[in-house]
Design a protein around this ligand. Structure first.
Ligand code: DQA
Length: 150
């Protein structure tokens, strides 16, 4: 549990690779998972990688993080902009949390500018592409063990 990180992905991220590649890139979610697992191994972190199109399933997974994870990386996708339930679950989990967006949501439509997650996230990464997931792990590794130098 000490070094386990939940990497959580919200709705439509299962379509990465075919969905608007000009915005989200050509990598599939499986590619992202492989990249995340490689980086986690190098950082000495264990990963549970999860994607759901259902808000309640994401809420339940976040609740589990309270006792099962040392930290959370979450791309809540469209629920970022709508979900008080995900906000409340993250507040309950009380885990160090990094919010990741592949695209720069602030350079897109106004409805993407507000996040229910950002007020309870420790770190927000937007616009770094799928590298954002790796940057999130790097921050968590340092946060969990400040002497870490990888
Ligand atoms: C996203 C941005 C959201 O606005 C959008 O609904 C997504 C993906 C991103 O990773 O850039 O599904 O979270």
């Amino acid at each position: 549990m000490q070094r386990k990180i939940f990497v959580l992905n919200g709705p439509n991220l299962n379509t990465l690779g075919t969905r608007k590649p000009e915005i989200y890139g050509a990598e599939t979610l499986a590619d992202v998972e492989a990249r995340v697992r490689r980086r986690a191994q190098a950082l000495g972190l264990e990963i549970e990688f999860f994607q759901s199109n259902h808000e309640g399933e994401i809420v339940e997974k976040i609740q589990q993080a309270r006792t099962q994870a040392a930290g959370i990386v979450i791309n809540p996708a469209a629920y970022t902009h709508t979900s008080v339930a995900i906000h409340d679950a993250l507040e309950y989990a009380e885990r160090p949390t990094v919010e990741v967006h592949i695209s720069n949501v602030h350079a897109r439509e106004p409805f993407r500018h507000h996040s229910y997650v950002s007020p309870i996230a420790n770190v927000v990464i937007a616009g770094a592409g799928t590298l954002g997931y790796e940057l999130a792990l790097e921050w968590l590794a340092n946060h969990l063990n400040p002497t870490h130098s990888a």
